[in-house]
Write a protein that binds this ligand. Sequence first.
Ligand code: SAM
Length: 202
Amino acid sequence: MESPIKVFSNWVLNGKDEGMEKNHSTSVENMIKYSTKGFDKYKFIDAGCGNGWVVRKVSSDPKCISAIGVDGSIHMIEKAKMLDNKNEYFCHDLLKWIPKEKVDIVHSMEVFYYFEKPEIIISRIYDNWLKNKGRLIMGIDHYIENKPSHSWKEDISITTMQLLSKNTWLNFFKSAGFSNVEYWYFGKKGKWNGTLIITGIK
Ligand SMILES: C[S@@+](CC[C@H](N)C(=O)[O-])C[C@H]1O[C@@H](n2cnc3c(N)ncnc32)[C@H](O)[C@@H]1O
């Protein structure tokens, strides 16, 4: 068993990081469409940005003033910087990093269940990353109601991978202080329950 950051760093070395864009892109498109619609202009952070594909995509939107990617894996961040010299990328543990300036939208896909206590990163984003009226939007595929994802911890041999219910995740958002908390499932098909998307406003 290895830490999530170590496992994903190895994925960059064998090119597997590029599969994440392919597998996550339809859910992420749905999340971005929803999170950006209320803003004439916005500043954006991708928490756990991997190789930066979402930052590159969002920064091409004329409404986007700045887009930042943060990830704990140095290989992911090196690759992001190699592919993109326009936007900013930081290699940091999300629990310790604080942006210089608060932003309008924090987006995160397939990251928060790698934390021992996901409620802490959700609260820190509320307190330190978001402007008032800013939005956090999170997508996850590993959660109790999505049975095909239950074996993932064993399959990819990762030390920390929290398997929590939709209601537990909703409570993390509400306890952090978020209002207008909403959720939906995207891409439900057969036994696959879809991406659980949760969002709220500061
Ligand atoms: C499944 S990947 C998702 C990457 C990207 N969001 C995507 O959709 O392609 C999870 C990412 O979270 C990062 N990560 C996990 N725990 C982290 C932590 N504590 N601090 C910073 N990054 C972390 C990993 O390095 C990895 O790049």
